[in-house]
Design a protein around this ligand. Structure first.
Ligand code: NA7
Length: 544
């Protein structure tokens, strides 16, 4: 491996300074390890550093979408609203970094371009983008699920005379939409959040939609002092409930099947959840993602809501989703469907009239050319596996993660935390965890604590390397696949199934059985002292 020697050896190198990397740094430092975090961005925050687009907001209640490892931190910080917006979340992450003096061990504006495990010396050799090399016993990825942006390969983008952006790489300077004609391609969560905001400012907004979405109202509101006091007082109970729940946050879960209630009862339940907002609607019945008949009942309810909101019949028809409800991540919205009642907003169905090319002046479909000053590609991410596959991380025998995941089994991990052939390499919120389907910070904390406990065990027992067996990895992968096959998710093209990226293998590398069960399984593995792993010291094999 090329690279100028910086000649620094760390105990651990962590990639990424988002929620994952920051907590990992904090815990390993507490264990007395010499740690360095490398972060491509200019500051802490991860996805919340990059996603600065108008309307960017979390879809999980802010009182759950935060760290719970420190009661003091939890009680010091007060969220202003039910769903915090991007600036507030970024402010929170900066506050955490300052409180725990994390910046001292983070190198910003630095990308890790490659890493190679040296099996003889049992050390990772890591190359940064300035071509210097550092060493570390442990390499830990905190790169997240949604950091590899997807810009579709549409002919002519280089010729476009205007500005263009992707939400995941939004500029720090304000983008001015006043008196501008704007085209947005994509109506996932990002598009749904920004469309109402940009429509208010732009002269005209043209939305290029490929798939109509089931979006439910966020019902965001300012948190009252009483609510905040109550939540803070119940910190310990809340922390426990989050870890004992399916989604990593408290939710009122409805009866087992939508088919067991009468149409009137169902309507009442759906209506109540719709008004409550957030993930309440998705939790009305337990079989919405298991039984197509139940699913259709929820889908019908949302379609009726859309048709009651959108006045223009043609637009309303185009906005009717037809895929299985909830099998793409359900986007929360604030006035999304209402925005299509504005005169300055038009809607193009690109399945009816596909985009042919980007021209100098705008976007050309099979029907006509739409002149725009700004194009926004709200076209999503090469999600879950994308960020790791893009990196040149090589385990034993020089094999890359991408190659490791290319075989018959596809993406394979053990607990989403480790890979066979990649000793001393750990992933936080990796593939085959419930992260993509749940409240991420809870899983981040659990993964980070698992890794930190594992490293403490290795250090205590003078073990130089840990590697999961291929058998354990295969069993976990098969288990995750079986769970995915039983759910309806697998039937829909989405970033969950990889079908949003041309040429990507179709699979759902997610653990679908809930946060509570996943946490328990991980805890059992550490309790049993890493039975599924090969532990070695430089001199001898310790255990098989
Ligand atoms: P998503 O949810 O993947 O949405 C991307 C959108 O872009 C979706 O509507 C896609 O249509 C559309 N898309 C993608 N490629 C194209 C092309 N080539 N032409 C037209 N339309 C296209 O990404 P988001 O950023 O909105 O959200 C990602 C997650 O971030 C979200 O789930 C939250 O967890 C946070 P499609 O539906 O594939 O037909």
């Amino acid at each position: 491996m090329e690279g100028k020697l910086e000649n620094i050896t760390f105990d651990a190198v962590v990639i990424g300074a988002g929620f994952s990397g920051l907590y990992m740094l904090h815990l390993l430092r507490k264990e007395g390890l010499k740690v360095r975090v490398y972060e491509k961005g200019g500051n802490v925050g991860g996805v919340w550093y990059w996603n600065r687009y108008p309307g960017a907001r979390c879809d999980i209640d802010s009182v759950y979408y935060c760290y719970t490892f420190s009661e003091e931190l939890y009680k010091e910080w007060t969220w202003s609203s039910r769903f915090a917006d991007q600036p507030e979340i970024l402010e929170y992450i900066n506050y955490v970094a300052d409180k725990f003096k994390l910046r001292d061990d983070i190198e910003f504006n630095t990308e890790i371009v490659s890493a190679q495990y040296n099996a003889e010396d049992k050390i990772w050799e890591i190359v940064k983008d300035d071509n210097t090399k550092v060493f570390a016993k442990y390499l830990i990825s905190g790169v997240g699920n949604l950091s590899a942006i997807n810009i579709p390969n549409i002919k002519g983008l280089d010729d476009f005379a205007g500005e263009w952006y992707h939400p995941g790489n939004w500029p720090h300077e304000e983008v001015n939409f006043k008196n501008k004609k704007v085209g947005i391609i994509g109506t996932g969560s990002s598009g749904i959040q920004m469309i109402p905001e940009i429509a208010k400012e732009a002269d005209h907004l043209t939305v290029f939609q490929r798939t109509a979405q089931y979006s439910v109202p966020a019902n965001n509101y300012k948190l009252s002092t009483e609510e905040i006091i109550k939540i803070k007082e119940n910190f310990n109970e809340l922390k426990k409930i989050m870890r004992e729940s399916r989604m990593g946050m408290p939710l009122d879960i409805g009866p087992s099947s939508a088919l067991d209630e009468s149409p009137e009862e169902r309507q009442k339940r759906f209506e109540k959840a719709w008004r409550k907002g957030g993930f309440s609607f998705a939790s009305t019945y337990q079989d919405l993602l298991l039984n197509e008949e139940s699913n259709e009942l929820a889908a019908d309810f949302v379609r009726e809501k859309i048709s009651s909101i959108v006045k223009d019949e043609n637009k309303s028809k185009k906005l009717m989703p037809t895929y299985l409800y909830g099998t793409k991540r359900q986007a929360l919205n604030t006035n999304y469907f209402e925005t299509f009642n504005r005169e300055n907003v038009s809607l193009i169905d690109v399945k009816e009239t596909p985009i042919q090319e980007i021209t100098k002046k705008g976007i050309k479909t099979t029907e006509k050319e739409y002149e725009v000053d700004i194009i926004i590609f709200a076209t999503g991410y090469d999600a879950i596996t994308g960020p790791l596959k893009k990196m040149d991380i090589r385990g034993k025998n020089g094999i890359t993660i991408k190659e490791h995941w290319t075989g018959e089994l596809g993406t394979r991990t053990y607990l989403g935390l480790v890979l066979s052939n990649f000793p001393n390499f750990f992933m936080i919120n990796g593939p085959q965890t419930p992260a993509a389907r749940a409240n991420a910070p809870v899983l981040i904390e659990e993964n980070v604590e698992w890794i930190s406990d594992c490293i403490a065990y290795l250090e205590e027992h003078n073990i130089d390397s840990i590697e999961v067996t291929q058998k354990a990895e295969q069993n976990w992968t098969n288990y995750c696949k079986d769970l995915a096959e039983k759910s309806l998710f697998i039937k829909t093209d989405s970033w969950y199934t990889g079908a949003n990226i041309e040429g990507k293998r179709r699979e759902a590398p997610i653990y679908f059985d809930g946060v509570d069960k996943y946490i328990q399984i991980c805890k059992d593995v550490s309790k049993k002292e890493y039975k599924e792993f090969i532990l070695e010291s430089k001199a001898e094999k310790v255990k098989k």
